[in-house]
Design a protein around this ligand. Structure first.
Ligand code: ADP
Length: 495
């Protein structure tokens, strides 16, 4: 039998075990999609922390054993290793004293997050040695695991176990670079990167240290891979990334289309398809009634499901809604995060109770009900590396009105380019004036059922499955493992 290609997928969260945002969706679906590619022989395994949230989820798991190792500082770290499964993909759950069982996935306290993820980055490497499973590719995600790549390059450079290992670092969100974990890095024995191309501040910051050491950087959309090479989105790393653009690429995320399927989703009150949109309407009427809003199919229902962070533009949204209060609409927001933004949303709801409902919580079931009920899904993001919410919304016939940035530009076809292809509405300037006008345009077209139904059908017909993206990842892996592949041979032939 052909030897498998081992991919160690290191990540902070993976749905359904533990999810905060899109990173969890990606980690829960991409490894499985790669394992299912028959033409390749991948063995992709997820390595993640055994968070309190995973304990709560309580997956079937088996303890593999305890191991310890010496940190670069000379101290010893004791670890516990478990194995579970997401679909048919193996998931290693790693525990140690810093993965506190009363804590959230991300503390928001840099000292604690630093210790948790800096130690996790090392444990990933040691766990693969413990189970004697040599990775051909170490694929890390965001700052939380980026230091595994730095450690491989610096501290494990002479370790024959990793001699053949090539590295990939996915950037899901560049501004979250791990700044603040310096104390933890020093405590665990890391030293600054010596790459002269990195700016000084970045030499001892996890994500840039990983970027400097990795063989390949993958941004989560082609649009974002270009944006991060500009001063506006590059967070101070634009010069580094453009100088090293030969190792930067973008691959659009996909969706778990089996999980997010309006025809089979058991959470929503009425399942539907693009041929049975009248059944979709029942979800909207049900939601309006449950939330105490006026019930009526003709009232446009706008929705948003999001982390409430500055990135997501909730401030711009509320200001835009102020501008169109004279129009008929209702809005349901589901989100949690920044307390100031939560308060603003709450105040808006108090001022306009007949129009605006703020559900300030994280709740997967409510999220699905909103995707299935809303007419319009808003994403006024300041930047959006990929964005999965707009893809889920389109799959459920909920039409996005979004900023023309990053992955939103790559996944939404703007109405202004023609009804035949339209799947949503893009606002090209990040301003209250432009976003409120784009909302108003969508609201007015909603009253034309022929046009609206066409946009809904276009959106629902999009193929957001992981399959295409997984093939692009597969080719990127193979290029790293075998860079000398002849130009006239396809990589799939070689696999
Ligand atoms: P990001 O990763 O930046 O948070 P994405 O659009 O890529 O944004 O992914 C967000 C994911 O998190 C989607 O699956 C969305 O449905 C989910 N999500 C965000 N906020 C909530 C919430 N309050 N309750 C339930 N799901 C949420």
């Amino acid at each position: 039998m052909k030897k498998s290609i081992n991919i160690l997928f290191a990540v902070a969260e993976a749905a359904p075990f533990a999810k905060v945002g899109g990173l969890g969706d990606v980690a829960g679906a991409l490894p499985e999609a790669l394992n299912k590619l028959d033409e390749f022989n991948f063995d992709v395994r997820i390595f993640m922390p055994f968070h309190a949230r995973v304990h709560e989820y309580d997956p079937d798991r088996r303890k593999i054993g305890n191991f310890n190792f010496s940190l670069m500082s000379g101290d010893t770290l004791e670890c516990e290793l478990f194995i579970a499964q997401i679909g048919s993909t193996k998931v290693y759950l790693i525990d140690n004293e810093y993965i506190n069982h009363n804590s959230p996935i991300y503390h928001g306290d840099w000292r604690l997050d630093g210790l948790k993820y800096v130690s996790f980055s090392l444990m990933v490497l040691e766990a693969s040695k413990f189970i004697d499973w040599k990775p051909d590719i170490l694929h890390c995600n965001d700052w939380h695991t980026a230091l595994a790549i730095n450690a491989l390059d610096q501290h494990y450079a002479n370790d024959s176990f990793f001699k053949e290992t090539r590295t990939v670092l996915s950037i899901h969100n560049l501004p979250y670079n791990g700044w603040g974990s310096q104390e933890a890095m020093s405590q665990l024995g890391f030293s600054p990167s010596t790459d002269p191309d990195l700016p000084d501040w970045a030499k001892f910051t996890p994500l840039p240290m990983g970027i400097a050491a990795t063989d390949l950087v993958i941004a989560v959309s082609p649009g974002y891979s270009k944006e991060i090479q500009t001063p506006e989105y590059g967070c101070g790393l634009e010069n580094y990334l453009s100088k090293h653009s030969d190792k930067v690429m973008g691959i659009l995320n996909g969706l778990d289309i089996d999980s997010y399927n309006p025809e089979t989703d058991e959470i929503i009150s009425h399942s539907f398809s693009s041929d049975r949109l009248y059944q979709r309407l029942m979800n909207k009427l049900h939601l309006q009634s449950t939330l105490g809003l006026e019930v009526g199919h003709q009232i446009p229902l706008m929705t948003m499901v999001s982390r409430l962070s500055h990135q997501k533009g909730i401030d711009l949204l509320l200001d835009s809604l102020e501008q169109i209060l004279h129009l008929p609409w209702q809005f349901v927001l589901l989100g949690t995060g920044d307390p100031e933004l939560e308060e603003r949303a709450n105040n808006f709801a108090k001022s306009h109770p007949e129009k605006f409902v703020a559900l300030l919580k994280y709740d997967e079931n409510t999220a699905r009900q909103l995707y299935a009920s809303g007419d319009i899904f808003t994403m006024p993001s300041r930047y959006e590396p990929c964005g999965l919410s707009q893809m889920i919304a389109m799959r459920y016939g909920n039409i996005p009105v979004a900023s023309a940035t990053g992955g939103l530009k790559n996944s939404i076809f703007d109405y202004s380019d023609g009804l035949d292809t339209a799947t949503g509405f893009l606002s090209h300037q990040f301003s209250v004036g432009d976003f409120s006008q784009t909302l108003a345009k969508a609201l007015s077209l909603f009253t034309d059922k022929v046009i609206w139904t066409q946009i809904q059908r276009n959106a629902m017909a999009q193929d957001f499955s992981w399959h295409h993206s997984a093939i692009t990842y597969a080719q990127a892996y193979l290029n790293l493992i075998n860079p000398d592949i002849p130009e006239n041979k396809t990589l799939i032939d070689e696999a």
